[in-house]
Design a protein around this ligand. Sequence first.
Ligand SMILES: Cc1cc2nc3c(=O)[nH]c(=O)nc-3n(C[C@H](O)[C@H](O)[C@H](O)COP(=O)(O)OP(=O)(O)OC[C@H]3O[C@@H](n4cnc5c(N)ncnc54)[C@H](O)[C@@H]3O)c2cc1C
Length: 468
Amino acid sequence: MIVITGGSVAGLATALALARQGRTVLVLERGGPPPEGPPGAVAQRWKRPTVPGWRHAHTLTSLGVSVLRRGAPEVLAAAVEAGGVVLDLVQAMPPYPLGRVAGDDELVSLACRRPTLELVLYRHVRDLPGVEIRHGACVRGLEVEAARVTGVVCEDGTRIPAELVIDATGRRAAGRSWLGAAGIGLPDDLTSPSRLRIFSRFYRRHGRAAALNRGNAAGLLGDHYASVLHPGDDRTFSVALGVLPEDRMMRTLRDPAAFTAAALATPGVADWLAEDVSTPATGIRPITCPPNLLRTLAVSPSPVAGLLPVGDAACVTNPLYGRGVSLALAHAFRLAGLLTAHPEAGPAQSRAAARLARVMFMPWFEAAAEDDAERVARWRAVMAGDPPPPRPGGLTMRTVGAVAGTDAYIWRGLIRVLMGLRTPSEVFGDPAFEDRVRRALGGAPPRPVAPGPTRAELVSTVMAGAGS
Ligand SMILES: Cc1cc2nc3c(=O)[nH]c(=O)nc-3n(C[C@H](O)[C@H](O)[C@H](O)COP(=O)(O)OP(=O)(O)OC[C@H]3O[C@@H](n4cnc5c(N)ncnc54)[C@H](O)[C@@H]3O)c2cc1C
């Protein structure tokens, strides 16, 4: 039997993929089960205090949709039946050069709140033969014999033997500390600060949807803050405002009036908040984002056999880029595929899993680290009233984004990266692509795609909102 510790997106998707191969799987989840009833109606009542982003804005990129289309079409269909919407991103493509091309059908995303998507995934997995999901089962350690993990130990002292343990405990990657407690040390993880505080709020739409200027979203990733709207299932949408955690002037965004003022000041978002379009459905939910993390247990061929991480337990990237769930789904299916070639827990299996995680995650860890460093330097300069930091030499998401709206070829490349279908080096490293971007830039510094308020305007808007 394979034991999966953690029954959220990564754990459930791994159980699904393994059950398809006829494997017997036990999922141990410390949290409680979801409520019964129609997903759209009950999912938001599912309490998951141990899932960090549970009550926050989520979007599923093209990568995530393509994994579901191939590996679990029933789950995608159930999400749509529950009110999720598959958004055709090509609608946002610039008009030149004209026409759809092969591969454009992949350029979609799923608008669905996280609890709704996870509930339909959960129910599908729960009903699969060979899968048991045990709730209230908090794992506290591992059984290890001769550098081989042979089982888990739960909080209540129950010992459960396992042919393989999969760590799906999320960003805290509990498997790493369990190994430490068993006397097995690991090298340091790769880590890089994300430096982002997010304030998010959900709304219910009763009027016509306004436009999405970013394909699957509206709003902007600006020079000193981010304000992004994502449509959800069942006529809902979220607005997430992102600022530097040290930005004292923006702490007041917790206040609904200040939050609303900032959201209304953002082009593309304001139209959605009109009285005849929507009403708030929740309060303001703040969260400080975790750093970008690539876990050594995931990527170094470890001396320990029988413990493999999946999803956030292997790699965390800044939620601003909306990739975590898609990467977790993709990792789950690819890890399960790898286990058909390496069914026996042992060094060969651990090495193959480490290679897979390195190939899958390193490009996204590096991209997030690079984009965050560039964004943080820029936001800090604006906050301090300093001149902008020098423009990085190579192509970045920001430089490409500045001209993507003028050329469908550049737009497709950027969207494929943003949506997780191609890595930045695959697209930006292509000389023809780079040449086209450079010609479009024409040597001019990149401009924001949509102009938002200046720092001074935003501060005064937020202060006025908070005082109203
Ligand atoms: C604010 C925010 C916004 C985000 N927005 C997006 C987005 O738009 N798009 C996107 O794709 N991703 C987004 N993410 C990232 C996404 O939420 C994560 O990548 C995803 O939840 C990872 O899934 P996971 O299953 O690996 O871990 P988690 O969802 O964290 O689940 C871990 C599970 O393990 C269980 N567990 C932990 N320890 C134990 C234990 N000892 N025993 C038993 N069970 C245990 C927990 O209860 C939990 O159920 C966002 C994250 C945040 C914080």
